[in-house]
Design a binder for this molecule. Sequence first.
Ligand SMILES: [Zn+2]
Length: 356
Amino acid sequence: MIHTPSLHHLEKDQLLQDFSALVDRDRRDTATMLAYVAEIDRRKLYLEHACPSMFAFCTKRFRMSEAIAAKRIRAGRAACRFPSILRMIGRGELHLSGVHQLAGHLTEDNHEEVLRRAKHKSMREIERLVAEISPKPDVPFSIRALPARQVQSATAAEESGSLEIEGKENLPAGTRPEEATPSRVCSPAARTAKPKSLATPLSPRRYKLQVTIGQEARDKLAELQELLSHQIPDGDAAAVIERALDALLAETKKKKAAVTNKPQATRKTNSKKTRMIPARVRREVFKRDEGRCAFVDAEGRRCSSAWQVEFHHRMPYARGGTHDMDNIELRCRAHNQYEAELEYGARFMATRRHSA
Ligand SMILES: [Zn+2]
């Protein structure tokens, strides 16, 4: 019998300990599941249950989603050929989606090396690994009109239809935001979640970027192609976009972190009395924390997210915290809010103790 108890009464430590045990069990169960899928598939046992394929058996008889069924079957078949996959999944060294991604690229010759390199890698990293072992050619630049979408907020795009650009791009490794985890889609924070995927790796250091833009953006791109036609004679959209990204990056960094090539002499005009953190401090803190969240947990692991980073006062400004370098750190929005809640809670308790 399945029972889903309420967990509200559980202590934090118990909740986390149980979760850790569940994750371990889930990994072992996934490995076992793949072994069963592979064996039933190998014996074609689905046939005697009126299913033409293992896929139909999983989706129709066992009501698995199409995506999960496809992943399990593909991974199960790969594990049948290379049993070390099951051990890796059981130990949490490789996830199901990763095996699914790698399955078509594993051979007798390369599987040991590829699986070794895929250990503990994220989906993004595995996609890059696949792009390296099975490189695809760059996609040619193309731009085409799409029919206007039914529901669209941008009126300009509504009137004119949208345009889709495909082109090669050349982002240095490690500049892309990581992919949002699927669970974030249903979280209240979904609206501020990271973009799901930015670009698909084609081959090492080559990515396919596909976006839909409105008429105005298309006109700006065309204008830039003309203005830059001396420097970029073939009008390569990827080169133009890279220039635009450089310019926007410089501008945004300047605003965000007061990063500038010519720092102004520090003005000592009562910086203590304003909430505004002086540009010099923002610049230095941003540099010191490498533009990433500096939250560190009890075990010394740092968050390091570069998503929605904000300046954080270790000792809150409202409680007399200064704008000094050692009182300011970068936080992602989630950790900034988390610490604000901790702070609020602590103060609430202090007030209660005081009045008692
Ligand atoms: Zn963080």
